[in-house]
Design a protein around this ligand. Sequence first.
Ligand code: NAD
Ligand code: TYD
Length: 336
Amino acid sequence: MKNILVTGGAGFIGSNFINYILNKRDDYFIVNLDKLTYAGNLENLRPSEKKKNYRFVKGDIINHELVNYIFQKYDIKYIINFAAESHVDRSILGSEIFYRTNVIGTNVLLEVSRRYEVERFLQISTDEVYGSLGLQGSFIETTPLSPNSPYSSSKVAADMMALAFYHTYGMPVLITRCSNNYGAYQFPEKLIPLMIINCLNDKELPVYGDGMNVRDWIYVIDHNKAVETVFENGKIGEVYNIGAENEMPNIKIVELILEHLNKSKNLIKFVKDRPGHDRRYAIDAAKIKNELGWKPEFSFENAIKDTIDWYLNNKNWWGRIISGDYQKYYEKQYNS
Ligand code: NAD
Ligand code: TYD
């Protein structure tokens, strides 16, 4: 049995990871530590909550005592750190919580992991650490880090700290850097769910700038299979890019959503650009493919349609979020 602390497991990618992995393996015992911020939702974990090899702990990764207690109580030997403040626009509005959670929080996890001599520490990072690309080229693992937002700079700090623990203490650290994810349970502040939900509500679709910023999209299950691959077989001290070679300008995604939902393009509204908006991301994932044998399995064409249909069929899930009583709702849910 592998006793694994998964942090941020009530968020979009973490909950998909837990549901995927517990459905597949019974040799993993997972303790999910999540603060349940606005982005955390226990409803995402319905498929896993009754499993014998799953526990949920509500708490902050910055809480040294609590993290220490969890390691002791559950004999944690592995950690996968998904927990983060993850939204660029929020980091522009106020950066403090981003550095608290993403930097200090990661430091707490590293320090406690060091004390308990973990066998693997997997830091979930992002391609945004590399900054912005021009028209050509893609990020490789040795591309210089050049973050442009408070969010991406906090992720760089966490990556650097994790690598410093590897170099200094020989801690068995691994890092993954993935491109933009889409799929079920993504909080409706991110581009794809926001556009789908606005579309369903016949509300304007706010496209930043000229809509020609490019993101490289990957289905969340493909990301999580890559996380599993690196967790199981990655080489200690290494960084692995994850991506599905699926670059697309934002406007094209928005048009595709409109088309699938049979709505008018008149809903599109070009709005003021995001400050410091990175123009283009593109991931070269040759290393994980060649060295670990991972490759994406889902086509964008099908997975985006499944994603749109998921939101169409799960109005209760996002209805509670956008109705504004979400905080109260999940507190009640947790206490019941
Ligand atoms: P999310 O915002 O949906 O979820 C984050 C989760 O972390 C939430 O459940 C939240 O409650 C929890 N959390 C936040 N602060 C915490 C704290 N101090 N202590 C404990 N839990 C806390 O984010 P996501 O999209 O699922 O991203 C997960 C990870 O993947 C992040 O580290 C992010 O940087 C990285 N990532 C995301 C993407 C993407 O496209 N969403 C792409 C690449 C990498
Ligand atoms: P987002 O989902 O916030 O992810 P990230 O900023 O981490 O890449 O945004 C994806 C792209 O969509 C990004 O170029 C910003 C753009 N965008 C809009 O045009 N309108 C919106 O309302 C949002 C949330 C994002």
